[in-house]
Design a binder for this molecule. Sequence first.
Ligand code: ADP
Ligand code: TRP
Length: 324
Amino acid sequence: MKILSGIQPTGRFHWGNYFGAIRQYIDLQDNEQAFYFIADYHALTTVREPETLRGYVRDAALDLLALGLDPAKATLFRQSDVPEVTELTWLLMTLTQMHLLEKCHAYKDKKAKGLAADAGLFTYPVLMAADILLYDSDVVPVGLDQVQHIEVTRDIAARFNNMYGVEALKLPDAKVVESAAKVPGIDGEKMSKSYNNTIELFETPKRTKKKVNSIKTDSKTVEEPKDPETCSVFTLYKLFATQEQQDALTERYRAGGMGYGEAKGALYEAAMEHFAEARERREKLEQDPSTVEDILRAGATKAREVGREVLDRCRAACGLTATF
Ligand code: ADP
Ligand code: TRP
């Protein structure tokens, strides 16, 4: 089975990205053929500073490798190192119906706010479809908010196959981890860069502590019993803790006599421990940028080989092969 996913380099990765997406990438690399890429073409729809974009791409690569993405098992590459994807995007664009894109949330949300959207944002899901279809992907691990885009991808692929009467494109499935489908941010809403409520994976311990301490809770006193089910601190703690640790903290919540400060302390400790090894690996990799660049280039070479075949299949299907 072929797994593929992409992640946008539009800021530093946070707990939501890890539990909603990155952790799945890493789990899947052991048993499946996996392709993962840093979606820098997509990031261009929002990041307009070349140096900033380069920095985010670099951080994304370092984060993914530090968190355990293993180039010996999975193919890691920069989206823009495989220009074939833009050609497939055009082929797909010629048959993508406007109404499919009009209902996609990134564009729809922007429009609802009365903001001007450019063609890049509007056609973003077609590039994403090309990302997926170019490698004959079977399964796409993503967070819940991306499921809509996988459905659009299936629609576009089916339309292409129908239109040309061939099975040129494989229809992929989304894979969502339900338990982490919506990681809350420090304000209790979905954790997201756009809401300014994130806890980044590799901020300094001091900043991490500060962020954890600022997680919004209700105003129950220390003595009062508390409900773990409605508390963001507990929801986040669950992501890091074993079942036993969760049960122990649940009991303390329900019994009363424990303040939220203490629960936040437990969350901070659990998170620091969880990412300790990754943090160390990241520091080492940061000293060795040429190795990281080599990994990305080797990944792109491999991705292009696969992509070329699929693209040629599609070119032939629509009549773009030699005429005479
Ligand atoms: P952000 O919302 O911070 O801009 P992205 O949209 O770039 O994050 O998301 C990258 C990946 O991480 C996607 O697969 C997305 O579904 C997942 N993801 C982001 N935030 C969360 C969250 N709070 N809970 C679960 N998954 C998330
Ligand atoms: N749109 C995705 C996001 O914002 C990133 C992405 C681009 C992607 N291309 C993809 C994810 C292909 C999965 C497959 O998270």
